[in-house]
Write a protein that binds this ligand. Structure first.
Ligand code: HEC
Ligand code: HEC
Length: 262
C-alpha cells in the first residue's frame, strides 16, 4: 500500500494518468463515430415526379440511352445507376451529351433542379442504385484534417494533392475540384463517373465523405492556386502543432505544481 501511494506521488504519475485519459477519450470517440455511421440514403419520389421524369427522359436522353434506358450503341444502360448518377451527370452539365469523345464535356446545365430531380426519380425506378446524398453530409462541417488524409490516399493520384486536376491516359482527365457543389462531390464519389472508381460506404463512410467535402471546401476558400501551399503548414498541421505544444505546457505546469506542493 505504502509503495503504491508513493508511486502515485511520483511526478511522472500525473503524466501517465493524462496519457491514459487521452487514450480513453480517443477510444471512446472512435466507438461513438462508428455507431453514428447511419445509412446515407433516404429519398422518396412522388408518382408525378417519376412520370414527368420519364417524359423528359424520352425527349432528351432516349436517343442515346434507349427507351426504358436499356442502352444503345451511343449510350450505356442506366438501370441501377441510381438517382445520384443522374443528378451528377445532368447537374454538372455533362448530360445530355452533345459530342462523342473520350469524356463527356461539361456545359452549362440544360435542366433546372426540379427537372433534374424528376429524371433522377425516373431512373431510380429502373433499378437499385445510389440515391441522392442526405443533407446532413453536405454541411461542410466535417473534419477537414481527416478529409485531407482520406483525399491524399484515395483521390490525389488522379485529382492532384491540391485538387487541381490532372491528365489521365487516352485523352481523359480528372478535373479540378474547386467550384463543384457539395452534393455533386458526394454523388461523384458514390457513382464513379467515367474512369473514376466508385467509393461506396464500405470504402469511405458517409462521415468520411463529409470530411472530404469539408477538406475540399476549406482549400477552395483558402485559394491555393496550383496547389503550392498544401505541403507546407496548413491549418491541419498548424492546429496539431498548437495542440501538442499547448498540451505539453499544461503537462509541464501540472508536474511543476504538484512537485512544489508535496
Ligand atoms: C449523345 C448521346 C447521349 C445523350 C443525348 C445522353 N447521354 Fe447520358 N451518356 C452517354 C454516354 C456515351 C455515356 C457514358 C460516357 C460518359 O459517362 O462520359 C453516358 C453516361 C450517362 C450517365 C452515367 C452512367 C453511369 O454509369 O454512371 C448518366 C446518369 C446519363 N448518361 C444520363 C443521361 C441523361 C439523364 C440524359 C438526358 C438528359 C442523357 N444521359 C443524355 C450518351 C448520352
Ligand atoms: C482513377 C482516377 C480517379 C480517382 C482515384 C478519383 N477520381 Fe474523381 N474523377 C476522375 C475522372 C476521370 C473524373 C471526370 C469524370 C467525367 O468527366 O465524367 C472525375 C470527376 C470527379 C468529380 C466531378 C468534378 C466536376 O468538375 O464535376 C469530383 C467531385 C470527383 N471526381 C471527386 C473525387 C474524389 C473526392 C475522389 C476520392 C475519394 C476521387 N474523385 C477519386 C478520376 C478519379
Amino acid at each position: 500500500m505504502k509503495a503504491l501511494s508513493q508511486k502515485r506521488r511520483h511526478p511522472l504519475a500525473a503524466l501517465a494518468l493524462l496519457v491514459l485519459g487521452l487514450m480513453l477519450t480517443g477510444g471512446l470517440y472512435a466507438v461513438v463515430t462508428t455507431v453514428n455511421e447511419a445509412k446515407a440514403e433516404t429519398t422518396t419520389y412522388t408518382a408525378h415526379e417519376v412520370e414527368e421524369g420519364e417524359k423528359l427522359f424520352v425527349a432528351n436522353c432516349a436517343t442515346c440511352h434507349g427507351l426504358g434506358a436499356s442502352g444503345t450503341d451511343a449510350g450505356p444502360s442506366l438501370a441501377g445507376v441510381g438517382a445520384a448518377a443522374v443528378d451528377f451527370q445532368v447537374g454538372t452539365g455533362r448530360m445530355p451529351m452533345q459530342m462523342q469523345g473520350p469524356q463527356a464535356k461539361q456545359k452549362p446545365k440544360q435542366f433546372n433542379t426540379e427537372q433534374t430531380r424528376q429524371m433522377a426519380a425516373y431512373v431510380a425506378t429502373l433499378g437499385d442504385g445510389p440515391a441522392l446524398p442526405a443533407e446532413e453530409y453536405l454541411d461542410g462541417k466535417g473534419d477537414a484534417a481527416v478529409g485531407g488524409e482520406l483525399f491524399r490516399v484515395n483521390c490525389a493520384m488522379c485529382h492532384n494533392a491540391a485538387a487541381a486536376g490532372g491528365a489521365l491516359t487516352r485523352g481523359k482527365f480528372a478535373p479540378p475540384l474547386d467550384g463543384v457543389s457539395e452534393s455533386h462531390i458526394y454523388s461523384a464519389m458514390v457513382t464513379g463517373p467515367q474512369n473514376m472508381p466508385v467509393f461506396n460506404d464500405a470504402n469511405i463512410t458517409p462521415e468520411g465523405k463529409r470530411d472530404i467535402i469539408t477538406f475540399l471546401k476549406t482549400i477552395e476558400n483558402q485559394g491555393a492556386p496550383g496547389g503550392a501551399k498544401l505541403g507546407s503548414l496548413g491549418p491541419v498541421s498548424e492546429g496539431l502543432f498548437l495542440w501538442t505544444a499547448v498540451l505539453g505546457v499544461i503537462i509541464g505546469f501540472t508536474i511543476w505544481l504538484t512537485s512544489r506542493t508535496s
